[in-house]
Design a protein around this ligand. Sequence first.
Ligand code: NAG
Ligand code: NAG
Ligand code: NAG
Ligand code: NAG
Ligand code: NAG
Length: 182
Amino acid sequence: MASFEAQTLFILFFTLFFIKINGEFSRQSINMSTKRMEKITRLHFYFHDIVDGKHTTAMQIIRLPNKTATSFGTTFMVDDLLTEKPKPTSKLVGRAQGIYAFASQIDFGLLMVMNCSFSEGIYNGSAISIGRNAVLDTVREMPIVGGSGIFRFARGYALAKTVWPNKNGDAIVEYNVTVVHL
Ligand SMILES: *[C@@H]1O[C@H](CO)[C@@H](O)[C@H](O)[C@H]1NC(C)=O
Ligand SMILES: *[C@@H]1O[C@H](CO)[C@@H](O)[C@H](O)[C@H]1NC(C)=O
Ligand SMILES: *[C@@H]1O[C@H](CO)[C@@H](O)[C@H](O)[C@H]1NC(C)=O
Ligand SMILES: *[C@@H]1O[C@H](CO)[C@@H](O)[C@H](O)[C@H]1NC(C)=O
Ligand SMILES: *[C@@H]1O[C@H](CO)[C@@H](O)[C@H](O)[C@H]1NC(C)=O
């Protein structure tokens, strides 16, 4: 009980403080009675990253000096297709648009917006943003850091597994995404 009161006081203090410092620009208050129903959505799709050939979807925008032994810093800009089945010609459900950069030899930081504008129905126009990826793990886990449209207030995780790599660096990656949103 005491700790509950302390917490309430802290929240009240924080609210007043926040309103004060932000003045006209923003106003934040805490609605203690908010009980929103959250939805959980699971998505399954295949990501096609093509770095080679004439239908390139991933463009290297930072290239390292030839003698550098690591891939640290290598950066790609992507507009990759997301399809329902592993076949590149199967139904288009979205696009992954953004940047990925190798932050170490085994990790890459991914700043990617999965844009569902191509899909039908309720997902059309919605997007989720995805974070870091440990590229060498067989199944990689990435955080969902936000969303828009039906994915407002999104959080969750994505599991990814490369199902078809080739020596040029092209890849087809299977994704299972679990998103909690409003
Ligand atoms: C707080 O949230 C509840 C439940 O969502 C809502 O009914 C109520 O109107 C909200 N109060 C304010 C001041 O926004
Ligand atoms: C880097 O390597 C490529 C291919 O091996 C070569 O074409 C290019 O001239 C090299 N660049 C430098 C700056 O050495
Ligand atoms: C998503 O794709 C649609 C259709 O190409 C485009 O109009 C929209 O700007 C894209 N949104 C983002 C966040 O890239
Ligand atoms: C998605 O929504 C846009 C704008 O509302 C519309 O132009 C487009 O045809 C829709 N796409 C699909 C595949 O339903
Ligand atoms: C995605 O889920 C399917 C069905 O549960 C499973 O067969 C597949 O291995 C999963 N893939 C990943 C990358 O988690």
